[in-house]
Design a protein around this ligand. Sequence first.
Ligand code: B12
Ligand code: SF4
Length: 505
Amino acid sequence: MRSADGSTGIATVDILLINPPWITKDGNIWHGVKSTSPPLGLLYVAAYAEERGYTVHVMDVNAEQLHFEDIERFVADQQPPWVGMTAVTAQIINTHRVAGIIKRVSPASKVVVGGVHATAMPDEVLREANVDYVVRGEGEIPFFELISGKAPAEIGGLSFRGSNPLQPIVHNPMAEPITDLDSLPTPAYHLIRFDLYKPAVGAYRRLPSINMTMTRGCPGKCTFCNSAETALRTRSARHVVDEIEKLQDRYGIREVSFYDDTLTIFKPQVAEMCDLIIERGIDLTWSCFARTDCVSPPLLGKMRAAGCHQILFGIESADAEILRNIRKPIDIEQTRKAVRMVQDAGIAVRAAFMFGNPGETVESMRRTIDFAIDLDPDIAIFNITTPYPGTQMFDWALRKGYLRTLNWNDYDLANSVLELPTVSSAEINRMYKVAYREFFFRPSYLLRRLLKMRSWDDIKCNVRALRSVMFTKATVRPPSNGREKTAGTWTSLFGDRAAPTPACT
Ligand code: B12
Ligand code: SF4
């Protein structure tokens, strides 16, 4: 490893990690809602390498509002031997653009891409010559092994261009999932500027806020989700609470957004975490994601007492047939009960719904909107179904010829990229707008929001959120050429549709 040297053109960092630019388009509901969270995956990879003696620099292009020229200047000046980038699908086109810049101004830098899109589409990512390696799945160990000189052929989860013309891209078997999550260091939050981050409007109570995870993986089988059937593991409650205290000492954090897929899947550990927060008198507010079949009144009581103020449930649809199609067959009466249970415990509910799932019709979307209004969660989020690469839904849609576009910039949940035989994209987009307007512009809802405002910041946030709802519009892309349109039968799309929902431990 090289020592630090301040002079131009000599690397002062061993590794540059970049969160590439995220596209923001008019019409995306996130447009105008200024929020961004620390790139947790990159910070885990960074911390693991730092702990082993490497110097790391993180550029979060979105939070720092950097331009391509800023990246170019930094890379030209620093010539970092290793550059790692993370990407969800909607970032991958920009990731390649950044990779091109890196190779142009620092040809010796090795470019590694990880994250959910690279994991799903390693061949595609490596077809671009500017990318040298793809790390599939958890990145800490494979990335460290790569930079420390282990032979690529021996690194679990690594994909790279090999020398065999018959097999130009080599995909090593996946690395074993990290079982002892307590062995991982705290994400390298010290490498980012805390003041630049803020969760989405309505999703937090206090600042500074931080995102963290207790668990990894999800046993759910949802066809639209990249987390489906991934190895489920948890950190110990003590490890999480120690980390919270450390972050409070270092950065004065007052709020945590738990970004676990379903935090409450490990009920005993979450209960223990709450007990520890209460016992140690930690002043904290926090939120998390959960499933409506993974909460119970005693747990919710503890969560509330430990500072939980909001839970996000992915409810998706009010139509039982659609819920079966997407392999999330939770009974809507159970959902109704869970929402009441959470609200009775004094915790707010943020409910997420999807439009445009297999089997969707105008009537089913109407039912979903009516259900959302009747359920009356504190906040609702409506998304347009997007079949991401790596999901069952993507494979199915590709097979059936239902994808309107393979331009990944359009895979941002505010575009209709699926063309279904049961409903047109135009109808989906229309109902998407109707949903936002009908849900948020109810006088009773507006009054409730108004009464909850406590500060000037609250008012500003709410006005921004309402403005963005008012101007929400989804985009319809023209169908891609040669797309084969076949009518599907919705009853046997994903095999075991009525698979049992995952049991909470
Ligand atoms: C929390 C969350 C959010 C939060 C915060 C995102 C953030 N910036 O932190 C919010 C709500 C803001 C959000 C927004 C979006 N999200 Co989101 N989100 C998640 C969620 C639930 C957890 C992310 C997380 O923190 N994971 C924990 C970290 C540790 O895991 P990780 O990022 O995967 O990183 C590990 C590996 O992937 C790898 N790795 C990652 N990067 C790199 C880089 C290198 C170099 C290496 C070697 C390895 C490596 O190593 C890491 C450590 O092991 C995931 C689902 C999931 N379980 O991952 C969805 C998920 C990532 N989100 C998704 C989507 C679609 C979005 C949005 C596009 C939605 C929208 N329209 O706005 C935006 C995109 C915003 C953006 N630019 O990131 C999809 C992505 C699907 C896809 N193929 O694109 C996911 C997978 C959910 C799903 N549908 O299945 N999201
Ligand atoms: S329960 Fe949530 S995180 Fe798990 S597979 Fe389904 S949508 Fe994904």
